[in-house]
Design a protein. Structure first.
Length: 185
């Protein structure tokens, strides 16, 4: 194996763990869920560190890493929502945002024949908030979590989900229009 592929292998293993994450949540095995979710989060940090620190970045990894993050978070939200551990309306907002972004990315790629995935600052904040909601939902099954704090996280996560979705739509629509204008000139 080429060293440059190590981050992609780690990311691929994270994707392979997504069904196990769903199963653990559905089986109410929250200690194991917490451990696995933490391991998956640490692996995300490790593959990012290796890719950047050793310049082991690849075009494939640039697509695979956000896909792994989305698979992990959507899986966690859907299964936690199915267990009524997070509000269904938040699950819907998270999933719809990601569907809109994915659809927009595909449309942009077919329009411009290129796609560079660069997460915005609000999107990074949104991902962080989503991770916190998942962690607190799991922790809430193991230890007492102040509900006002958990509800506050849910509200902030909804807001960042909406704002980051709107931000993606505005930024990528503008870029698509500019690309189309440049092609016609």
């Amino acid at each position: 194996m080429i060293r440059q592929q190590i981050p992609n292998v780690i990311t691929g293993m994270r994707i392979l763990l997504v069904p196990l994450l769903a199963w653990l949540i559905m089986e109410h095995r929250y200690v194991e869920t917490l451990l696995l979710f933490t391991l998956m989060g640490l692996s995300d940090g490790l593959d990012g560190y290796l890719a950047k620190h050793f310049n082991w970045t690849t075009r494939f990894g640039a697509f695979l890493d956000p896909l792994a993050d989305k698979a992990m978070l959507i899986c966690a939200f859907v299964t936690l929502g199915a267990q009524t551990l997070v509000p269904v309306w938040l699950v819907i907002a998270v999933v719809v945002r990601d569907i809109v972004i994915f659809t927009g990315a595909v449309a942009y790629h077919f329009t411009t024949h290129k796609l560079l995935i660069v997460p915005s600052q609000i999107s990074k904040i949104n991902t962080f908030m989503q991770i916190l909601v998942v962690l607190f939902a799991i922790l809430n099954q193991l230890v007492w979590v102040p509900q006002v704090l958990f509800q506050g996280l849910i509200v902030v996560t909804l807001a960042t989900t909406i704002f980051s979705g709107i931000d993606y739509i505005m930024v990528w629509s503008k870029r698509a229009m500019e690309a189309l204008r440049n092609e016609t000139e």
